[in-house]
Design a protein around this ligand. Structure first.
Ligand code: IPM
Ligand code: SF4
Length: 471
């Protein structure tokens, strides 16, 4: 095959049946399950008298509703308890591999999959969760699906999908210190809009991407869903292989060698044709923060809140006027003057060890501002343990941050960790929708160093004003 993109190759190698109308029956290699989106999937599966076709192709873990404190006690919230118990019962009945709440490996599906080597290049991976795009960082064709589709995947190991158009995002320029993958994602969304890549599979290419760690690539692919695209991809390379080698579920020995040889054939051909190309020069970008209620309402921390009345796009201006009213913010206010009440460091966007290292680097030897409540929620139990081993937990605690157990937590506020109405939060998560972190709560998205800096300053702040040394 020549002229093929990474996406074309992943797609072509999984077509079971082409319907000739732009859609095909696709083989699904891997399926991740969490407690919130799967109860109906199991009901649908069982109602039709179907069974799970390939048990070992599945991996389940509770993450959304689980408490991040008091894990030694039963879950207090009845809905959260019911969902978590239900998942345990469902997977036991169908003998699906399961990481229980008290397992050291428990965490957010999108952190656990890669960590275990369950996510592998060249594969297709589905999960009843929009941020499944995260796994595309490995050159995996990963996409979020609905609850009923999860039932189909379990029964048939296949799913009918529509082939997306391809979009190449070239990221180049000399990356400034403290400019993270999160900032690059927010800058892209601000540029193309929250629906800007709808219908496309995005592939990130260019020198900035090649130089990124797997954690950064995952952050970028995670946020891709906020551009409207369901798929975000980075071609597998030496960084990918080094990350995966030796992971519990990754192939070993001769199988590893064969797998790597195959994975090396996956990158887009030099003459690959994309339906669309966008270029982002990161050379003079500053860290980004959001000020509104869509991830596209993002701007450099050095700027001021834009005036919706001056927006050339009238519909967007109207939406942004409402967003500013919800956020209780005035146009023209410098972003670094916005005071905050809460800080959340975590989520499948920025809850990995590298993220916690960045945040701890800022927290070290400093104190959370009086009146600010800050929590750090590792993306998984293994991230938490590693962070404890290298002293990050002590740094956070000494600075006045709460150190929690792993889960989605205040990213989506389904587990009791939430903002009170009117509270304002600096958050490393991926969505700033109305009420996302609790009814009436106000969310500002940013990178982990920026969130830690906001905790210290008590307001949004350019992390570079707090530190001299490079990241
Ligand atoms: C609850 C779940 C299905 C949801 C998703 O689909 O993404 C959540 O993870 C989110 O981030 O909004
Ligand atoms: S951390 Fe947030 S974005 Fe990620 S899966 Fe959980 S709720 Fe969804």
């Amino acid at each position: 095959m020549s002229g093929a993109t990474l996406y074309d190759k992943l797609w072509a190698s999984h077509v079971v049946r082409d319907y000739g109308d732009g859609s095909a029956l696709i083989y699904v290699d891997r399926h991740l399950l969490h407690e919130v989106s799967t109860p109906q999937s199991f009901l649908a599966l069982e109602a039709k008298g179907r069974t799970v076709r390939r048990r070992e192709a599945n991996l389940a873990v509770p993450d959304h509703a689980v408490p991040t404190t008091g894990r030694d006690r039963p879950i207090a919230d009845p809905l959260a308890r019911a969902q978590t118990t239900r998942l345990a019962e469902n997977v036991a009945r169908h003998q699906i591999p399961y990481i229980a709440l008290d397992d050291a490996r428990q965490g957010i599906v999108h952190v656990v999959g890669p960590e275990q080597g369950f996510t592998l290049p060249g594969m297709t991976l589905a999960c009843g969760d929009s941020h499944t795009s995260t796994h595309g960082a490995f050159g995996t064709l990963a996409f979020g699906v609905g609850a009923s589709e999860c039932g189909i995947v379990m029964a048939a190991q296949c799913l009918r999908q529509r082939k997306a158009r391809t979009m190449r995002v070239v990221v180049d320029g000399a990356r400034p210190a403290w400019l993270t993958a999160k900032d690059i994602a927010l800058a892209l969304i601000a540029k193309i809009g929250a629906n800007g890549a709808a219908g496309h599979a995005v592939e990130y290419v260019g020198p900035v991407i090649s130089a990124m760690s797997m954690a950064e690539r995952m952050t970028l692919c995670n946020m891709t869903i906020e551009t409207g695209a369901r798929v975000g991809l980075v071609a597998p390379d030496e960084v990918t292989f080094a990350f995966l080698e030796g992971r519990p579920m990754a192939p070993r020995g001769a199988m590893w060698e064969r797998a790597v040889a195959y994975w090396r054939t996956l990158p887009s051909d030099p003459d690959a044709r994309y339906d669309r190309t966008e270029t982002l020069d990161v050379g003079d970008l500053a860290p980004f923060v959001t000020w509104g209620t869509s991830p596209e309402d993002a701007a450099p921390i050095s700027s001021a809140i834009p005036d919706p009345d001056a927006d050339p796009d009238r519909a967007r201006g109207e939406r942004r006027r409402k967003a500013l009213a919800y956020m209780d913010l005035e146009p023209g206010t410098p972003l670094d003057r916005v005071r905050i009440d809460r800080v959340f460091i975590g989520s499948c966007t920025n809850g990995r060890l590298d993220d916690l290292r960045l945040a701890a680097g800022i927290a070290k030897g400093r104190k959370v501002a009086p009146g600010v409540k800050a929590i750090v929620v590792p993306g998984s139990g293994l991230v938490r343990a590693a962070a404890e081993r290298e002293g990050l937990a002590d740094i956070f605690r000494a600075a006045g941050f709460e150190w929690r157990d792993a889960g989605c937590s205040m990213c989506v506020a389904m587990n009791g960790d939430r903002l009170d109405p009117g509270e304002r939060c600096a958050s490393t998560s991926n969505r700033n929708f109305e009420g996302r972190q609790g009814p009436g709560g106000r969310t500002h998205l940013m990178n982990p160093a920026m969130a830690a800096a906001a905790a210290i300053a008590g307001h949004l702040v350019d992390v570079r004003d707090l530190v001299e040394e490079p990241a």
